[in-house]
Design a protein around this ligand. Structure first.
Ligand code: HEC
Length: 165
């Protein structure tokens, strides 16, 4: 590690800003359950996309809520990086790891979905490790990497859903 303070600040700033932009970009582009984005009316969003299939409706609403929790953990991580509170980063990463092991996370047993999922989990692990080591520099870059995994999976989901229609 070179000069800690000065250069670290810039890397963090860069990481934080780009992560924020990425999150915003995918939120707008995801296009799934779009109406749920307006407020936390996840159920309403699900209804719109899956009318006439109550079971699927319920599942989709739950998944949407689940993904929103992940967004909340993302904010926690981002805030931790901004305020140099790496304990907060660790906590957010732990929430994400826990969530990714839940049944609800396994939306699809498709090989590609599993691969994206595993890559995401590995990226979160790395973030947690860097935060644990109290390395702001590395944790910031690890966070950008995690965000990229969010986007990659969403891109895949979007294309697959469209292709299946
Ligand atoms: C392995 C795949 C995968 C990864 C990784 C992933 N997601 Fe998702 N995400 C999905 C799927 C599938 C949906 C569609 C759920 C639905 O029908 O609303 C989704 C939807 C979302 C939504 C929209 C929910 C709504 O209200 O419609 C948000 C927000 C979201 N994800 C946040 C995140 C964040 C933040 C990350 C990374 C920290 C992330 N996701 C990583 C699979 C993934």
């Amino acid at each position: 590690m070179t000069k800690r303070i000065g250069s670290t600040k810039w890397v963090v700033l860069f990481a934080v800003v780009s992560a924020f932009l990425l999150v915003m970009a995918f939120r707008d582009n995801l296009g799934l359950n779009r109406s749920a984005n307006a407020q936390d009316g996840a159920a309403a969003g699900a209804k719109k996309t899956q009318e006439g299939n109550p079971e699927k409706e319920e599942k989709s609403a739950a998944l949407s809520k689940f993904m929103r929790q992940k967004l909340h953990a993302s904010n926690q991580i981002l805030e931790g990086l901004c305020t140099e509170d790496l304990t907060m980063v660790q906590e957010g990463a732990k929430v994400m790891t826990r969530m990714s092991h839940e049944e609800r996370w396994r939306v699809s047993s498709d090989m590609m979905y599993r691969r994206y999922s595993n890559e995401f989990i590995a990226a979160v692990d790395e973030l947690e490790k860097d935060a644990e080591a109290n390395d702001l520099n590395k944790a910031s870059l690890a966070w950008v990497n995690v965000t990229m995994k969010c986007l990659k999976c969403h891109e895949w989901v979007r294309n697959t859903v469209i292709a299946e229609k």
